[in-house]
Design a protein around this ligand. Structure first.
Ligand code: UFG
Length: 345
């Protein structure tokens, strides 16, 4: 494996994974339509690694564009990150989600099959487990989804499994992420959602920055350690390393494999907020609010398969996660001020 096509490579997880791949000696060819990301990320990646990502501005749904990109490079493996990812928006605009997230996967599979690209890593999610029947969640847990975003992840897993059945030479790794947070230790890239953040960590960061008045903690009456929701937060650099490990696994032609990428530890909302406040020595005003519709009480991974079969294990702690998220946020705040200042001039 040498040449890796990364769809959505300018995004949060895609950019961190691109760094990991470049540092591992791979060539990274990225296709992104920049609908939720910026081209500037490639300069940052070059500064950090001394290596270039070859990138194309194109929609992954565009089969012709994909064909041209694939013909220009001898692609060995595809990592498919591109897709819409906001749960709430998916409920409001289901067709947009199904059209974009499913069509792009079909286009990618078609081009892979045409060009004998026999390795695909898919960016799946723990959302495919639905409400946990038991914890920790292992890969054998039953699958279900409760919103169009989750349905897309689940359908795409089914599509890729079916592709493998019809084309046994196609190796596929379905990576089910738990809750990605944190930022590159340089703090030069991180998560910067457009508009009001849906996820907890970006909301905490923006509240600590003063961009949001107060964090709402959605429910303190769950049957959990302190009544607030419990999740398995995983540092984005650990997640990126999980992709590099998955590529090595695919090189052994394992067929269709599924791995949880989580730490195996649950952290409550209150625990995360308090750790953020203490470790970063910053205030995060918060108030308890009603439960958010569709939320589950607790969810954490059994990451044993990834450890046994990929030799991968999460290394970063919750303290690392809150520190890196906050440092990257502070840097983003400064950069935004710089941009605004230069526009005013
Ligand atoms: N939460 C708050 N306040 C907020 C935001 C979140 O209290 O402002 C709480 C939630 O209620 C939950 C926890 O923080 O208990 C984590 O919420 P996130 O929105 O950060 O993450 P979720 O676990 O709801 O969702 C994440 C991803 C989804 C994915 C899902 C399951 O965002 O894409 O995990 O893997 F589908």
């Amino acid at each position: 494996m040498k040449n890796i096509l990364v769809t959505g490579g300018a995004g949060y997880i895609g950019s961190h994974t691109s760094i990991e791949l470049l540092e591992g000696g791979y060539n990274v060819i990225c296709v992104d339509n920049f609908s939720n990301s910026s081209k500037d990320i490639f300069d940052v990646i070059h500064d950090l690694t001394g290596k270039h990502v070859t990138w194309y501005e194109a929609d992954v749904c565009d089969v012709e564009a994909l064909r041209k990109i694939v013909k220009a490079h001898d692609i060995d493996c595809v990592i498919h990150f591109a897709g819409y990812k906001a749960v709430g928006e998916s409920v409001e605009k289901p067709l947009m989600y199904y059209q974009n997230n499913i069509d792009s996967t079909l286009a990618l599979c078609e081009v892979c099959l045409e060009n004998s690209i026999n390795n695909i890593v898919f960016s799946s999610s723990a959302t495919v487990y639905g409400a946990p029947q038991y914890l920790p969640l292992d890969e054998h847990h039953s699958l279900s989804a409760t919103n169009p975003y989750g349905n897309c992840k689940l359908f795409i897993e089914h599509i890729l499994k079916d592709v493998h059945v019809a084309h046994p030479e196609m190796n596929i790794a379905l990576l089910r992420y738990f809750n990605p947070v944190g930022a590159h230790p340089s703090h030069r890239l991180g998560e910067s959602p457009k508009g009001i953040p849906n996820n907890l960590m970006p909301y905490i960061c923006q509240t600590a920055s003063g961009l949001r008045e107060q964090l709402s903690i959605f429910g303190d009456d769950y049957d959990t350690v302190d009544g607030t929701g419990v999740r398995d937060y995983i540092h984005v650099v650990d997640l990126a390393k999980g992709h590099a490990a998955a590529i090595k696994k695919l090189a052994t032609a394992p067929g269709c494999v599924v791995y949880n990428l989580g730490t195996g530890n649950g952290t409550s909302v209150l625990e995360l907020v308090r750790t953020f406040i203490t470790e970063n020595n910053v205030d995060v005003p918060f108030a308890i609010a009603p439960r958010r519709a569709g939320d589950i009480a607790e969810c954490w991974a059994d990451p044993a398969s990834a450890k046994e079969e990929l030799g991968w294990e999460a290394q970063y702690t919750i303290v690392d996660m809150v520190r890196d998220s906050w440092e990257a946020q502070k840097r983003m705040n400064t950069n935004e001020k710089v941009t605004v200042a230069s526009e005013a001039v």
